[in-house]
Design a protein around this ligand. Structure first.
Ligand code: 2P0
Length: 321
C-alpha cells in the first residue's frame, strides 16, 4: 500500500531572496531554516491510466487553473526521470492560511516525497530536496527536520539542502502573529526578481548572507539563542530593505507589522527574549523561548489590535505514514 508522505513547513532564519535561475529555482545565496511542527501537508500519489493528472486538495478536485503550478511541476518531474506515467495526487493541507505560513514549502516537499514513494524511486533525501526545490525553493529545506541549510549550488545537481542538526536540544519557540486585514501582496517570485534586478543593495545582500550563515551556524552549535535571534532579526529586516530600495519600491509590511517590530523591541528592552522574522507578507513570526512565549503572546494580543497568534516548536523532516 502506498504510504502518505507528510512534510512540515519551515521558517527561514537566513532568508532565500533572489534566484540566479528562474527555471531551476537556483537561489543567489545559501539560506538556513528551522523546520516547524504542527503545520504540515499530507500527500499521496497514485499512477493512473490517463493522459492527464488529477489533483485534489483538501478533498476537492482542482481545475486546470487552480492546479496549474502542480501540473507544470509534474511535467518537470516526468522530464527529470524520463517518466511517462500520470498521477492522481491527493493532498491535505494542515497549514491553515490563517496561520500566516506559506504552504508551498510543505506542499512541494510532500509532493516530491509522494512521487518517490509511489514509483519506488529510492531517492535519497538529498535527491528529494533537489526534486522538491524544482517545485518551490523553500520546499527543498522541508525535507529535513530541525536546522537546515540550503546550498545555493550552480546546477540542478548541486543545489540541495542538508541538515545541520535535525533534533536540536535548544530552547526556541516560534510565535506566528497574524494580522487579520491583509492586502494582496506581490508574490515572492516577483518580489525577488524585482529586488535582484533593481535594488542597489542587492550585491551587499549576498555578502551579508555569506557571513550571517557562518555566524548563525556557530551560534546554533553553541546553543546561543540570543545570537540566533539577533542574526535572524537582522537578516529578515535586511531582506525587507531590498524591497524598499527596489524600483519601483514595495513593501510587505502593514502598519501592524511595524507596530509588532516595535513591541518586540520594547519587550527586549525589558529583558524578555523575543526577536522578529518576517517573510513575504505582513505577518510577523516572533522567535521566543519557553520562558518568554506566554508573556510575548499576552503582550502582543493586548497591545496590537485584531491579531491572532499560533505557537510552533521545532519539527521533523518528511515522514511516511
Ligand atoms: C524563505 N521566502 O527563505 C524566503 C523568505 C519568503 C521570504 O522562500 O519562487 O515560495 O517558489 O522558489 O520558496 C518564499 O518563496 O519561492 C520564500 P519560489 P518560495 O523562506
Amino acid at each position: 500500500m502506498t504510504r502518505i508522505t507528510r512534510a512540515y513547513t519551515n521558517i527561514a532564519l537566513i532568508k532565500y531572496w533572489g534566484k540566479k535561475d528562474q527555471q531551476l529555482k537556483l537561489p543567489q545565496t545559501n539560506s538556513l531554516s528551522l523546520t516547524l511542527d504542527k503545520f504540515y501537508t499530507d500527500t499521496t500519489a497514485k499512477v493512473i491510466d490517463s493522459d492527464k493528472d488529477i489533483i485534489s486538495l483538501n478533498d476537492t478536485i482542482l481545475d486546470d487553473k487552480a492546479s496549474g503550478r502542480t501540473r507544470k511541476y509534474l511535467d518537470t518531474v516526468r522530464n527529470m526521470y524520463g517518466l511517462a506515467q500520470h498521477f492522481q495526487i491527493e493532498s491535505v493541507n494542515h497549514v491553515p492560511i490563517s496561520a500566516g505560513f506559506a504552504s508551498s514549502a510543505s506542499g512541494f516537499a510532500a509532493l516530491a516525497g509522494s512521487i518517490n514513494e509511489c514509483l519506488d524511486l529510492g531517492l535519497t533525501r538529498k535527491e528529494l530536496s533537489i526534486l522538491a526545490r524544482n517545485g518551490s525553493g523553500s520546499a527543498s529545506r522541508s525535507i529535513f527536520g530541525g536546522f537546515v541549510e540550503w546550498h545555493a549550488g550552480h546546477s540542478n545537481e548541486t543545489s540541495f539542502s542538508e541538515p545541520i542538526d535535525e533534533d536540536p536540544d535548544i530552547d526556541l519557540v516560534l510565535l506566528s502573529v497574524v494580522i487579520s486585514e491583509q492586502k494582496k501582496s506581490i508574490s515572492s517570485t516577483i518580489g525577488m526578481e524585482l529586488s535582484v534586478k533593481t535594488s542597489p543593495f542587492y550585491p551587499n545582500w549576498s555578502t551579508l548572507v555569506a557571513s550571517e550563515i557562518q555566524e548563525i551556524k556557530q551560534a546554533i552549535a553553541q546553543k546561543d539563542i540570543t545570537k540566533i535571534g539577533e542574526i535572524a532579526e537582522h537578516n529578515a529586516l535586511s531582506m525587507h530593505a531590498l524591497t524598499l530600495s527596489a524600483q519601483p519600491p514595495f513593501t510587505y509590511f502593514a502598519p501592524e507589522t511595524v507596530e509588532i517590530i516595535q513591541a518586540v523591541k520594547h519587550l527586549r528592552q525589558q529583558g524578555v527574549f523575543a526577536y522578529v522574522t518576517i517573510d513575504a507578507g505582513p505577518n510577523v513570526k516572533i522567535i521566543c523561548n519557553n520562558n518568554s512565549v506566554n508573556h510575548v503572546n499576552d503582550y502582543i494580543t493586548q497591545h496590537i489590535k485584531n491579531v491572532s497568534t499560533f505557537e510552533a516548536h521545532i519539527g521533523k523532516g518528511i515522514q511516511y505514514i
